[in-house]
Design a protein around this ligand. Structure first.
Ligand code: F6P
Length: 546
């Protein structure tokens, strides 16, 4: 089709495909999914595909074959293929931090080589995986003992952001496969309540703390880790107890030692693993202890299969690419501000929260890689809840509100807990919601069913509300790996089109710096030099705290 400019050199809005999409969107906005389906009996087949055991039906989107061709042109003109190759090669595509982005190496098979600065990172990954497997097996079997000789019965992961959301999501998602005689808790919030509630009914002599922090300097995590150490020492007395009750997951050996954890009990990862892309690195130690090394490796194999698909499948048949392009379509040409993630599986209850960090910390940017301010919308707000709970809460707005909210529905053919006809009812609701959103119910249909004229507008469903349907056979560790990789690469695709750095997170820095300035001010009576609002808030706290 059109010539491909070098990636990133032409502003997005000047690319021919962008301009063509602007024109095309004008006509497509008046098309209704009812008509698009009526005109094309093959639509469901045309706009669905299966890859690596995931079925993806994207026919209920406001697109035609022309839309798809233009979006794929946009991907080509944006140099998506070259960007994918650059990531897999280990190029420093995280330009603002001058780092490689190699979470794909975390799940590469042992036989693969990815060399960064002369070092084969895949070999490093497998060495850590071995160490994790050995440790996990010892905890699971009871061979790893606490200081008093009691076996470990409780595992508490202390971390925040990527060092918490992935582990807690994966634990919940894979609970079915977990060792049930071990208790897992996750402490992230610096609010003392989080630690107090997690620890209150546990015996320190039977508790293992996993301090998870890429930097090992994060204020929340270090505050919680220090409280955990005090809690253990309070009961066990001897500082030597720390070695049996604390392990660290980090890139920062110096800080780990400073905290008092033997670096022999540290599980390493590297600066080329972003926090929000780290749940399959050493950060996944709690997951491995819960589900066992074999299941953890099955999860990694799931990730890897989607990595290979993303790397090799033609763009038109590439699941994460299509998902990313559809998000661009709605964000930039339909004014959609948010994306709903709606898993029809209770085990995936933390999946939307996990995806919030993955998507919003990655693509919540307004400066392009070349340093200019974007002239278009970037990352949408991601949110969601498991079905069917959401149906009785916020779905009203998706069906009849004034905003366009594209939805990702996720479902499974078989339940892990078959119980009467629960799974049929759940799945019927999943399919029904996507159908209702797309096709709605006309005023004529409502009146034909005997509704009085005055009430008919209220009972009318406009429809034409887009959704994707992602189906897999059953929620297994492997399938979870596939689903996460799918969204990682979906986010990557969006970031390339928007010409932003999806791998930095400068936006979280300012708040951290200001908090560090305010902490001592809350403890003293020193004069304040903030704005009048912040000064008054600090004064109020000083006056009222006990
Ligand atoms: O919120 C910023 C952030 O740097 C996240 O990107 C990261 O996942 C989180 O803090 C935790 O960081 P660390 O693992 O270094 O404690």
């Amino acid at each position: 089709m059109s010539t491909t400019p070098a990636p990133g050199t032409t502003p997005l809005t000047e690319l021919p495909a962008w301009k063509a999409l602007e024109q095309h969107a004008v006509t497509l906005k008046s098309a209704h999914l009812r008509d698009l389906f009526a005109e094309d009996p093959e639509r469901a087949t045309r706009f669905s595909l299966e890859a690596e055991g995931l079925f993806f039906d994207y026919s209920k989107n406001r697109i035609t074959s022309v839309t798809l061709a233009l979006l794929l042109d946009l991907a080509e003109q944006s140099g998506l293929r070259e960007h994918i190759d650059a990531m897999f090669r280990g190029d420093r595509i995280n330009v603002t931090e001058n780092r490689s982005v190699l979470h794909v190496a975390l799940r590469a098979p042992k036989s693969q080589k990815i060399v960064v600065d002369g070092v084969d990172v895949v070999a490093q990954v497998h060495a850590v995986l071995e160490k994790m497997s050995e440790f996990s097996s010892r905890v699971r079997s009871g061979e790893w003992k606490g200081f008093t000789g009691k076996r470990v019965r409780n595992v508490i992961n202390i971390g925040i952001g990527g060092s918490d959301l992935g582990p807690v999501m994966a634990y919940e998602a894979l609970k079915h496969y977990s060792q049930r005689d071990l208790t897992f808790r996750f402490v992230s919030n610096v609010d003392g309540t989080d630690f107090a509630e997690a620890a209150r009914d546990l015996d320190p002599a039977e508790t293992l703390f996993i301090v998870a922090s890429k930097t090992f300097t994060t204020l929340e995590t270090m505050t919680n880790a220090n409280s955990a150490r005090a809690w253990v020492l309070d009961k066990l007395g001897d500082p030597k107890a720390i070695a049996s009750h604390f392990v660290a997951l980090s890139t920062n050996a110096a800080e780990v030692s400073k905290f008092g954890i033997d670096t022999a009990n540290m599980f390493e990862f590297w600066d080329w693993v972003g926090g929000r892309y780290s749940m399959d690195s050493a950060i996944g130690l709690s997951t491995m202890i819960a589900i066992g090394p074999e299941s953890f490796r099955a999860m990694l194999a799931g990730f890897h299969s989607i990595d290979e698909h993303f790397r090799n499948a033609p763009l038109a048949e590439n699941l994460p690419v299509l998902m990313g392009l559809l998000t661009v379509w709605y964000s930039n040409f339909f004014g959609a501000q948010t994306m709903a993630i709606l898993p029809y599986d209770q085990y995936l209850k933390r999946f939307p929260a996990y995806l919030q960090q993955l998507t919003m910390e990655s693509n919540g940017k307004s400066t392009t890689v070349s340093g200019t301010h974007v002239k278009y919308e970037t990352g949408p707000v991601y949110w969601g809840e498991p079905g069917t709970n959401g149906q009785h809460s916020f779905y009203q707005l998706i069906h009849q509100g004034t905003r366009l909210i594209p939805c990702d529905f996720l479902g499974f053919m078989r339940s892990l807990n078959p119980l009467g006809d629960h799974h049929d009812i759940l799945t019927a609701n999943l399919f029904a919601q996507a159908e209702a959103l797309a096709f709605g119910k006309t005023t004529d249909e409502v009146i034909a069913q005997g509704t009085p004229d005055w009430l008919a507008p209220h009972k009318t469903f406009e429809g034409n509300r887009p959704s994707n349907m992602i189906l897999a056979e059953q929620l297994t560790p492997e399938v979870l790996g596939k689903l996460i990789a799918l969204y990682e690469h979906n986010v990557f695709t969006q970031g390339v089109i928007w010409q932003i750095d999806s791998f930095d997170q400068w936006g979280v820095e300012l708040g951290k710096v200001l908090a560090m300035r305010i902490v001592p001010e809350l403890k003293s009576a020193s004069p304040l030099q903030h704005d009048s609002s912040t000064n008054a808030l600090i004064e109020r706290y000083r006056n009222q705290k006990v």
